[in-house]
Design a protein around this ligand. Structure first.
Ligand code: M6R
Length: 606
């Protein structure tokens, strides 16, 4: 949460900083600000609200001019969104931008107040800025090192010292930070998207390494000032991938990118018609030996794990325990060295998932990360990593990241089932072939958008909705429900269809529409019985099912028919109409689809 950028070079930097922040706005949009050296002094412009508000402020005369500066887009943790609480923070000597949480900020603040410091904001960040000022003795490295010793929590910091008007200092612990390496210009950023326009080369900053960045070069050193040789990385994301490309919203673009994202994710992992996950370090032999699997993740990524559980247990007959990362880390889970713990995360920076990963490692399990962002914390800290190749996902609501996570879950399930002897090589090939066909089938599903738009028009005035399903369809309905509530602000719950009559059905009236997912042939009749029960109580029902299923008008008000595939693969197709329904409902309600209220994409706090 929160995005930070920095630029030093030979170009005017305010616009470069704002452009970079636009690409990080998905990380938080409560306020934005920049600080730039102007005639040797640090000049700050900041504003509550989105970047457009900052831009307007700058247009009316507050734009700082200079070639070295830092910027920030905020997701509020300490202190409400306001001008005063906006970053950058500091004083005339030291000014900073910060992503993370300072846990002992109260203690530091009390200490500094006793030293005579005053505070303007309610933020934890201001205490770090003032602490740096307190320690500052003309030597930035020593000053930053002293700060590191004193501060607990997570941080990625961009720092300007007034005495060094051509230099950005940067340091991080837990929160992500990269250093972009350009020609006669260099950058800092929370991820690679702000730098892609300018350079593809970057360094990953490690915990408590201190970077000194100016126009001509970048030096990275330890807290003792010893220089560290850094490995240069090359970003492989396409700049166009981080643009809307003619779509009204990133979410719509990302929904439509799913066939390509899946193809790019699975093709390098198939050899001789069979899944091949060895490049991640996960060998066939290892798969044979795991006794249990855990999938630990948050939100949409956890929902991908739930689908994975059904598929793996059905095919491989290996127990899979799916956990919400924020619960897993505090429930003292029983894990052994024979277990494989899979951490699923688009960003690779989700605080609870990182904590779960650390716990699993402490307990001796093998950890496997399924992650989209290269070089992210989860990818680097797990024993094994499988990258999904969705490209940058900008919309806060996850769509293509979910689909590629599912596709890896399927490959894993097929290979595990084969390794355990639960399916034959032929069957494994047959399943893999069907997965390869998914992108093409998805293109047929993507054209159903008008149907989904129509259903959205029927849902838009509802106050509350139910998503129901059984088995795999129940796991899927959880994602459909999350998508809808997240971006349209309509309350929605997902329920195991058979469980409704044990309480929740009392909520059902004609004002409570129901979306039923019915893709599993063995459960179809049961699900339809449950649909009839809600229909009898007045609910308007939309059903998502395969094309060969006959459902009468007396049962469903609206139908979405999907191309037929083997049941086990149907979730890959059924996710799309649910994404569309959520999207069009939010659009019809006039919601900010890509940046829903109170949310941020990368949840780097507990
Ligand atoms: O980056 P991660 O995949 O770890 O993020 C986990 C959740 O915050 C995320 O999946 C969230 O639920 C989605 N953005 C919702 O659409």
């Amino acid at each position: 949460m929160c995005g930070i950028v920095g630029y030093v070079g030979n170009r005017e930097c305010a616009d470069i900083l704002v452009d970079g922040l636009k690409r990080l706005e998905y990380r938080g949009y409560d306020s934005a600000g920049i600080a730039v050296f102007q005639n040797g002094k640090i000049k700050v412009a900041k504003s509550k609200g989105k970047l457009v508000d900052l831009e307007q402020k700058m247009e009316s005369g507050e734009k700082p001019h200079g070639i070295c500066g830092i910027g920030h887009t905020r997701w509020a943790t300490h202190g409400e969104p306001s001008d005063i609480n906006s970053h950058p923070h500091g004083n005339k000597r030291v000014t900073i931008v910060h992503n993370g949480i300072i846990e002992n900020y109260k203690q530091i603040k009390d200490f500094l107040i006793a030293q005579g410091y005053g505070f303007e904001s309610e933020t934890d960040t201001e205490t770090v800025a003032k602490l740096l000022d307190y320690y500052y003795d003309g030597n930035p490295i020593e000053t930053i090192s002293k700060m590191i010793d004193k501060v607990n929590g997570s941080y990625a910091l961009g720092i300007l010292f007034r005495d060094y008007p051509d230099t950005i200092y940067a340091v991080r612990k837990e929160s992500p930070l990269i250093i972009g390496l350009g020609e006669n210009e260099n950058f800092i950023a929370s991820d690679v998207t702000p730098i892609l326009k300018h350079t593809r080369k970057y360094y990953l900053l490690e915990h408590d390494e201190i970077a000194i960045i100016n126009q001509t070069g970048v030096k990275v050193c330890t807290t003792e000032g010893e220089e560290i040789e850094k490995e240069e990385h090359i970003a492989d994301w396409d700049i166009d991938a981080a643009e809307k490309g003619g779509y009204e919203h990133f979410m719509l673009k990302e929904i439509n990118e799913q066939p390509t994202a899946i193809r790019t994710t699975i093709s390098p992992r198939i050899q001789n018609d069979l899944p091949y996950l060895e490049e991640s370090g996960l060998t066939f032999e290892m798969l044979k030996n795991y006794k249990r699997l855990f999938v630990v993740a948050c939100g949409t990524a956890m929902h991908a794990g739930l689908v994975g559980k059904y598929v793996i247990e059905k095919l491989a007959r290996v127990e899979v325990i799916v956990d919400i990362a924020s619960e897993f880390r505090y429930r003292n889970p029983i894990i052994s060295e024979d277990d494989l713990v899979i951490l699923v995360s688009q960003s690779g920076e989700t605080a609870d998932t990182i904590a779960a990963l650390k716990l699993a490692k402490e307990r001796g399990a093998t950890t496997l990360a399924i992650v989209n962002v290269k070089g992210s914390t989860i990818a680097r800290e797990a024993d094994l990593v499988i990258y999904t190749h969705a490209g940058p996902e900008i919309s806060v609501a996850s769509t293509k990241a979910y689909s590629v996570q599912l596709s890896i879950m399927y490959l894993l399930a097929f290979e595990l089932a084969y390794a355990k002897g639960a399916i034959t090589e032929e069957r494994c090939k047959e399943l893999t072939k069907q997965l390869i066909d998914i992108p093409e089938k998805l293109s047929e599903v993507l054209v159903l958008k008008e149907r989904c738009q129509f259903i959205a028009s029927r849902l838009v005035n509802s106050e509350s909705l139910l998503y129901i399903g059984r088995g795999l369809d129940y796991a899927l309905s959880m994602e459909g429900s999350l998508k809808l509530k997240e971006i349209s602000y309509i309350h929605s719950e997902s329920y195991a269809a058979g469980e409704l009559k044990h309480g929740t059905i009392s909520l059902v009236t004609e004002d409570m529409p129901v979306v039923a997912v019915a893709t599993q042939s063995d459960l179809l009749e049961k699900t339809i019985s449950n649909v009839k029960e809600v229909k009898a109580r007045g609910a308007k029902v939309s059903i998502i099912c395969p094309e060969d299923v006959e459902i009468g008008k007396d049962v469903a008000n609206h139908l979405i028919k999907l191309p037929k595939m083997e049941d086990i693969l149907m979730p890959m197709l059924a996710a799309v109409p649910m994404q569309y329904i959520a999207y069009y409902t939010a659009v019809l309600k006039g919601c900010d689809v890509d940046q829903p209220r109170n949310l941020a994409k990368s949840v780097t706090v507990e």
